[in-house]
Design a binder for this molecule. Structure first.
Ligand code: TRP
Length: 366
């Protein structure tokens, strides 16, 4: 069986370092492993519209931002097809049929949908499109016969829902769709990078994100203003490492060679943490180190972004070509799906012949 990746992001804002460690970095590694036959990276504008119907301009503008973010982290259009969801109409058609395989109560139980409804205060006025987006996400994944979906941990319930739809479809209509597996980063700190304010999640509205497109100065400012242990008032005081976002970021980003380069007082993160816990290590020193680590990771990303920014029409062309390829693949799956469902009337010679015989038609289709 072919190994195929499909994944994507909603274009509701620029991507941040949480997206980076949570998934983007792994996507680039998977891409460069050469182990995959096809890789599709989707800008999920149609999904973004399910809760932004009144803000199409926001979605429209963030398509290019997300595309630049993708390219700047090292997704390579020669190896990965980058495409725009809304331009692949076949995805909607698949959703229409999958909707018959999912119950309202199952959607209501989807933990991601549940918490997002709460977050957005939808409660009594949930847009139908939003409510059913797990089904549309199943279409995104199955349209490409994806075997692997590298995403953030929050997408687990979506994958579970997709697998259910695949099983149900194959059960009823015969083996057609492929059950995907989720690929999560191994590093625990990468699963859920907190905001710079220590809040559980980076979110644009909370203003606690470090964006991949931030300048060096912006990143430095955000790092130096990060929330730490509020009880660590003097350098001599013992500090808390757990739940301290500065150390969570270091867990996610720092490597041993960073110490030799930027902070030779310590040989590894554990030594630094021990000193902090004991007391005698100030926040400023740790933050300076984190800033160096982050800048080292972000510098090549920034460079690549600059070169793509110089030719925006070329970036749209990359998306156009990726979309063309995605459309072809989705059309092929849709054809198979309709054949399995036996709603491919005009391609079904047997059907036509059978009825021709039944009614004693004189002209034969063959
Ligand atoms: N739900 C994803 C997000 O919130 C975006 C997305 C849409 C997606 N369709 C997908 C991710 C299919 C993986 C596979 O960013």
């Amino acid at each position: 069986m072919k190994k195929i990746i499909l994944t994507g992001d909603r274009p509701t804002g620029p991507l941040h370092v949480g997206h980076y460690v949570g998934s983007l970095k792994q996507r680039v590694e998977l891409q460069n492993s050469g182990e995959y036959d096809d890789i599709y990276i989707m800008i999920a504008d149609a999904q973004a519209l399910t809760d932004n119907a009144d803000e199409p301009e926001k979605v429209r503008q963030n398509i290019i931002e997300v595309a630049l973010d993708y390219l700047s982290v090292g997704l390579d259009p020669a190896k990965s097809s980058l495409f725009i969801q809304s331009q692949v109409a076949e995805l909607c058609e698949l959703s229409f049929y999958y909707m018959n395989l999912v119950t309202v109560s199952r959607l209501q139980r989807n933990p991601t949908v549940k918490s997002e409804i709460q977050m957005r205060d939808f409660q009594t006025s949930i847009p139908v499109g939003f409510f059913t987006y797990p089904i549309s996400q199943a279409s995104d994944i199955t349209a490409f016969k994806a075997t692997a979906v590298p995403v953030g941990e929050d997408q687990l319930p979506m994958l579970e829902q997709t697998r259910e739809i695949v099983r149900k479809f194959n059960d009823i209509y015969g083996e057609t769709l492929v059950e995907p597996e989720i690929l999560l980063p191994e590093n625990q700190a990468c699963l859920r990078l907190p905001g710079t304010d220590g809040k559980a999640k980076m979110s644009k509205s909370l203003g606690n994100c470090i964006y991949l497109s931030d300048t060096e100065t912006e990143v430095q400012k955000k790092v130096m203003n990060m929330f730490t242990d509020p009880n660590h008032l003097r350098v001599e005081d013992p500090g808390k490492v757990e739940g301290n976002p500065v150390f969570t970021y270091l867990d996610a980003f720092s490597r041993e060679e960073h110490f030799a380069e930027f902070c030779p007082d310590y040989s590894c993160l554990q030594e630094m943490k021990d000193h902090y816990s004991r007391g005698g290590l100030g926040d400023v020193k740790v933050k300076r180190f984190l800033n160096n680590v982050l800048q080292a990771e972000l510098a090549p990303i920034r460079e690549r972004r600059k070169s793509y920014e110089k030719d925006i029409p070329a970036v749209y062309e990359i998306l156009r070509q990726g979309t063309q390829k995605a459309q072809k693949a989705a059309a092929e799956t849709l054809r198979e799906v309709k054949a399995s469902m036996r709603i491919n009337y005009f391609e079904d010679e047997e059907l036509i012949c059978a009825y021709a015989r039944k009614y004693g038609s004189t002209s034969d289709t063959n």
